[in-house]
Design a protein. Structure first.
Length: 280
């Protein structure tokens, strides 16, 4: 089986390449190797490589900047997946499209299941939903994997930012009114490798187990890393005045993952402890 990973130099992309490398022939293409917004070239390159499965880890993930650069956001997050789906259709490959909890509005108070109606509140969320729609309207054999609050060794993320801040300041103001499930890219990458072994195509929510607020996550990071003397102040989202709206509640129930016979991913504090051991 041959696998093509695009967006392969990103935080998730690098772990996906590793997760597949022992059992598959993997070609990894970063942004410089393949720009997924270039339709003709994307189709040409993918037809030439002729992989069995394409995994799209490419995206523009700067949620706040996306608000001011709609055209670029749509090009990367919506038309990129469309181009990949068109290529996969020509060579009858499976496409794995990574998506996000930000497709939901966050008004629920219980975990979102895969067929809850999406209602994104940001340009980023809208562009990711449009990407999903292109994939499922063009292909029969696809996996759309929605995950949330990613942290991993190969990218700037909330956990690494908090750790860096504790070197400089001793008071952190962190929002308490956004709740989600932090997810370790290593666990997500392994789950994707497990997912593609069966033909149960469709939309999946895959996250680490348990949920928290960003404030709660910050306290967990400090506790697990054994960092003392930092005052963490809980603040409401509105105090941050960020350009993009975030869902207040975006916990994803991993319903399809479990109903198709997969074991729930470990709880996020366990994954976080593992990450912090490797990335002190
Ligand atoms: N980060 C999160 O908390 C989070 C949460 C839920 C879902 N997700 C989803 O998870 C996936 C992976 O995210 P991540 O956190 O690993 O993001 P990331 O670290 O920003 O990686 C994305 C990669 O895509 C590349 N890329 C950007 N534009 C491209 C283009 N036109 N053609 C090809 N490659 C391009 C980027 O390269 P350059 O940097 O060189 O542009 C980067 O290497 C994305 O689909 C994202 O929407 C992320």
């Amino acid at each position: 089986m041959s696998i093509l990973v695009v967006g392969a130099r990103g935080m998730l992309g690098q772990d996906v390449v590793k997760a597949f490398s022992s059992d598959y022939r993997v070609t990894s293409l970063g942004h410089r190797d393949l720009d997924i917004t270039d339709q003709n070239n994307t189709i040409r390159v993918i037809k030439k490589l002729n992989p069995n499965i394409v995994i799209n880890c490419a995206a523009w993930t700067d949620v706040d900047k996306c608000e001011s650069y709609t055209e670029k956001t749509i090009a990367v997050n919506s038309l990129g997946p469309k181009n990949l789906a068109l290529a996969c259709r020509e060579i009858d490959s499976v496409l794995v499209q990574i998506s996000t909890d930000y497709v939901f509005d966050g008004h629920k108070t219980t975990p979102y299941v895969e067929d809850d109606p999406p209602n994104p509140q940001s340009v980023y969320g809208k562009s990711k939903l449009l990407g999903e729609e292109h994939v499922f309207s063009l292909l029969d054999r696809y996996f759309i994997v929605r995950s949330s609050w990613l942290f991993g060794e190969n990218g700037n993320n909330f956990v690494s930012k908090i750790l860096a801040l504790t070197q400089k300041i001793n008071e952190l103001a962190v929002v308490y009114d956004q709740v989600g499930s932090p997810t370790y890219t290593l666990d997500l990458a392994r789950a994707i490798a497990e997912l593609v072994q069966k033909n149960d195509y469709g939309i999946y929510h895959i996250t680490n187990n348990k949920s928290c607020s960003w404030y709660g996550l910050t306290r967990d990071i400090l506790e697990i890393a054994g960092i003392q003397g930092i005052n963490v102040r809980p603040i409401p989202t509105k105090e941050l005045k960020r350009p993009a709206a975030r869902p207040a509640y975006s916990v994803l129930e991993n319903r399809k993952w479990q109903s198709t016979g997969h074991t729930p991913l470990r709880c996020y504090p366990e994954a976080l402890a593992d990450y912090l051991r490797k990335h002190p």
